[in-house]
Design a protein around this ligand. Sequence first.
Ligand code: SAM
Length: 383
Amino acid sequence: MKPILSIQNEELILQRYPARENDTLQAWDSADEYLINTLAERNLDPTRPILIFNDSFGALSNWLSTRGCIYNISDSFIAQQACRENLKENAKASINYLNCRDSLPKNPQAVIIKIPKNNRLLKWQLDQIAQVVSADCDVIAGAKTKEIHTSTLRLFEQKLGETHTSLAVKKSRLIFCRPNSHRPSNPSTEQATIWSVPEYNFTLFNHVNVFAGEKLDIGARFFLEHLPQDPAAEHIIDLGCGNGVIGLQCARLNPDARVTCVDESDMAVASARENADRNLTNPDQLNAMMNNCLTGMQPETADWVVCNPPFHQQNTITDHIAWQMFCDAKHVLKMKGKLRIIGNRHLGYHVKLKRLFGNVTTIASNNKFVILEAEKRPTRTTS
Ligand code: SAM
């Protein structure tokens, strides 16, 4: 049975992406429901733009798809793929997709925001919204109550105009904001960061939604000391690349190998590309691409996959992405190719790698992290 959200006399099939049988993680939350119930009371003009920011898996876009000219704006490839698949499942017309670096359509009738976990992304988005809204635009944001702080309300007030908040329903709250027609023209204030890692002679550029965008992650710093150097390597993949720092160092250590950086965040991929141009003598050595793990990539084509896996999807802590990353890595590795990963000690990745590859070696560890390696070997068949 596919999961169904019954709301406002409609039944919407809503699944995460990629859809998994018996997924215990739901594709919508109570803030989505609260937003939909509130929007159902509005008179919407089907011809005028509605901007939807950070729609988790397409619940809002699916419900609103026929009620306005919809723009789904997100940094996440997975969120937008989920939305596309769910629209297809529900036989809904297609909508417009923008990433968070794109310019926005002018004069929307409504702006709907799922508050992102990353406050810098929220500031960036409010700055962008301030450029295109007029005083008749309804700006409504939703999130779990614990994610809405006084500082969040102040931010809406500062960037857009008069703001108030709703009562909590099922542990979620809404923010209502009316853009001030006399607000000063508000040049974008939240910017990409650029900082250096002198020990490695890197200058790293980070769009606002990149993992560890303000300083080098301590796990990444430890991983940098233990990356493979393999003169025979032809192709190395940095899976979940963020700003590309791990892939860049692999490129430097293995000048004859081509490096592919993969991430599901558009801003991460754009930052990794920018960082290859800034830091590599031969920037063409590195290719950066957006994907869900290594979906669709050719099997047996990589000598190494290096990976600092995520342990959450949006606001949910989960190890299913790490597991998919390990399975995909095994698929794209050549025979005798190796996966090298870093993880917090308590995450128990060694058990997963042993189960999948039949072998696992500890390359290094400190009090917080462990670096593990698994080799792709022929599977033994018993006669
Ligand atoms: N490699 C970088 C570093 O070490 O600083 C970033 C590591 S961060 C822990 C994990 C990265 O995985 C994030 O950049 C995140 O956007 C990315 N990610 C999460 N889910 C993904 C998926 N399904 N496919 C590809 N990348 C994903």
